[in-house]
Design a binder for this molecule. Sequence first.
Ligand SMILES: Cc1ncc(COP(=O)(O)O)c(C=O)c1O
Length: 374
Amino acid sequence: MEWKVRYFDYPLQFGIHEKEYTEIIKDTLARGAYILGEDLMRFEENLAGFVGAKYAVGVGNCTDALLLSLHAAGVGRGDEVISVSHTFVATIEVIKFWGATPVFVDIADDHNMNAALIEKAITKKTKAIVPVSLNGRICSDIDKLVSVAEKHGLAIIEDSAQSLGATYKGRGAGTFGLAGCFSFYPAKLLGAFGDAGAVVTDNTEFADKIKMLRNHGRGKGTDINLWGLNCRMDNLHGAILDFKLTKLPGWIKRRRAIAGLYNSGLAHLKQLRLPSPPVEGGDYYDVFQNYEIEAENRNELVNFLNARGIEVMLPWGGKGVHQFTALTLNTFNLPRTDELFRKVVMLPIYPELDDEQVKYVAQAICEFYNAGQW
Ligand SMILES: Cc1ncc(COP(=O)(O)O)c(C=O)c1O
């Protein structure tokens, strides 16, 4: 297939700053700074500042971030943890890993957890809530979510894997609860050249515990203070991500501009449900990790776009976590999530796309629905 618009283009992204990356890699390697070095510490400090949290702790990936955070929050055997099925399996596998039980609530029209349904899902066993701010947008009604959690004494561990830099009323994704967990998977807003992740928190004791858990239970010296794991972020990734973090605001701006273009090209189509368009000065500052739409005749639309050289994606292959039968979580009644997975498709969105490509995608979608020209 000769693609005209790729869904991702890693080599293109690399090429733009190849010189800087090469220098950073050479410098870091020449210093022999591989594990828990000053580059990682610097990145952690800058990341915390960017998010608006007191501490950031670099870990191997966001799955590690969630795993360690749940453990540090005291989630264990017999507990229940409330989350959503419209997420990557990582969000849920970490709950199972500690012997706890995931409890799903349905999503709202923003494709994130419906805060109005949380209270009904709480039982005596509920220990934590893991809201997922998908696609670069903080869950709608996070205020309500926080107040329900406070009322019932539940920890909030945010899965902010997809929302670095997003804000709600000026407050950063990842800062609404005890901890926020970020992914630097290559396709993410801030992508590593491999796996990396981070936990952010304002809680000193919690941050210290995550630091020990990621490093075999060690504190500053060689003493082992608790059972831990090896979940460290490589120092080399700290160095690379620290450079990339300086570019992130510009990349986010470009993603928002692309989302605006999609919105103006597609908003008139009744067959689609689009994400809220980017607005300046509103409550939400969305960062558009993905441009996830709901579309009538989705499968035919995907084939039509592919035939025009446009690569699109279904999130996680087109299934929510409760729909993977091997995971035996299919007893939940989640009508809005089920509806979403019948219709959902994600359009290409990344800073290197040019306006003509975005218009080409929107034009093709208009053509499919026979709705006239751009
Ligand atoms: C919502 C969500 N949660 C968790 C993860 C896991 O992140 P990682 O691949 O860094 O472990 C991802 C990444 O794909 C994600 O999108």
